[in-house]
Write a protein that binds this ligand. Structure first.
Ligand SMILES: Cc1cc2nc3c(=O)[nH]c(=O)nc-3n(C[C@H](O)[C@H](O)[C@H](O)COP(=O)(O)O)c2cc1C
Length: 387
């Protein structure tokens, strides 16, 4: 009762007080403002405790251990919001079950020129054209290492690290680009809970070369040679044809890949869910216009790879863990992805449009949906639509 009433109050304050003030401003400035506030709140135990009081929620039904990692709930912050790993102290208090930092590239990268973030108010999404802006693998790995010290507020909070290639002309050469991924990958080989190889950024020079099977094979072979105990995820684009997805999956199965994130941003500007005219010619779209595309990709991969696991060359059947991402604005949106095969979910856009209490609303709503369907733990709902 307390959590529901508190969430309603926070939703009202965000929707009717804060959002009308911040939404008219430039979205990148507002993103930076959120980062500043989050960093400040994460610094002190009192502010972390107060944040938890306003936004936290926990329930045993949402807890699961996946690939050896303990998740308090299945809702994570997707890559791109906390590019430089500055919010890891506060995110557990905001109610997230995990977060993915980055994407981090081998070398520091300024990203594309501003403007590079546009808000689609009617469609409830963003056009994102940051171009992998981040402070680089050396600085960010050093920062994250300190966060995992004993007694840190995020010591037990799962943190994934998304790695990508530096957005520069040199990386138009595939072997240079693969070496750049390897530099970032190696910097985090024993820092963080899992690593995501982001092959689907729509905003880097040279496009998405590693979605081509032969190049992906080269990249993953290079990463296979780097020692790490962490599970590896690969983040997919929602814009590939079925044949292209099949070819990518065939490569993933031959390498040290434990899971797949469905999905990154879409480049499909003629998407019927986009209500605005005159979109910028660059960038990828997040939020509601992406939802069906990422849901379709997720359920396709679940049916192809998990329900009927393909046997690899060494005779092993590999079942990927799937993370659903794209257009989650409610518990129902998250539950749909879980019932379609996602073990975990991630979001960004929903939190900005609905407010930070959305995380607790989703978790509370998931518990109600699990009870409605007779499940005692979230893990029983994974892929339930196909059972
Ligand atoms: C501002 C912004 C920056 C992003 N940057 C990255 C990034 O650096 N790496 C990445 O893998 N995905 C990035 N993404 C994509 C998100 O991780 C996610 O896949 C996508 O936004 C769909 O989730 P959503 O609809 O809940 O926002 C970014 C998204 C947004 C909105």
């Amino acid at each position: 009762m307390f959590t529901k009433g508190r969430n309603r109050l926070m939703r009202f304050l965000y929707g009717f007080v804060l959002k009308p003030i911040i939404f008219p401003f430039d979205p990148e400035d507002m993103h930076n403002l959120f980062l500043g506030v989050g960093k400040f709140l994460g610094k002190f135990s009192l502010t972390r405790w107060k944040t938890r009081l306003w936004f936290g929620y926990s329930n045993k039904m949402l807890e699961q251990t996946v690939l050896g990692i303990n998740f308090k709930n299945p809702v994570g912050l997707a890559a791109g919001f906390d590019k430089n790993a500055e919010l890891t102290q506060i995110m557990p208090s905001v109610g997230f079950g995990f977060e993915e930092v980055g994407s981090v590239t081998g070398y520091p990268c300024e990203g594309n020129k501003r403007p590079r973030l546009w808000r689609l108010t009617q469609s409830r999404g963003y056009v994102v054209y940051y171009g992998l802006k981040n402070n680089g693998s050396e600085e960010i790995s050093e920062r994250l290492k300190n966060k995992f010290r004993k007694d840190s507020p995020c010591e037990k909070f799962p943190i994934g690290v998304s790695v990508a290639m530096t957005n520069c002309e040199e990386n138009l050469d595939t072997s240079m680009a693969a070496a750049d991924y390897a530099k970032a990958f190696e910097a985090f080989a024993d820092i963080g809970s899992y690593t995501t190889v982001n092959i689907s950024c729509p905003n880097a020079q040279g496009g998405q070369p590693f979605t081509e099977p032969i190049k992906l094979d080269v990249l993953l072979s290079k990463l296979d040679a780097i020692e790490t105990k962490k599970p590896i995820f690969v983040k997919m684009s929602p814009d590939k044809t079925i044949d292209e997805v099949d070819a990518i999956l065939d490569v993933l199965r031959r390498h040290r890949v434990h899971g797949i994130i469905c999905s990154n941003l879409t480049k499909q500007k003629n998407n019927p869910k986009v209500l605005e005219n005159n979109l910028p010619g660059v960038g990828g779209i997040s939020g509601k216009p992406l939802q069906d595309l990422s849901d379709d990709l997720l359920s396709y991969i679940y049916r192809r790879e998990v329900l009927t696991p393909q046997v690899t060359a060494d005779g092993q059947a590999r079942k990927f863990i799937l993370i659903g991402c794209g257009g989650i604005f409610s518990a129902e949106d998250a539950y749909k992805k879980i019932r379609s095969g996602a073990t975990l979910v991630q979001l960004i856009t929903g939190m900005i449009f609905e407010g930070p209490q959305l995380i607790s609303e989703i978790n509370l709503g998931l518990v109600e949906l699990l009870r409605r369907d007779g499940f005692s733990n979230i893990s029983q709902a994974i892929g339930a639509d196909y059972k």
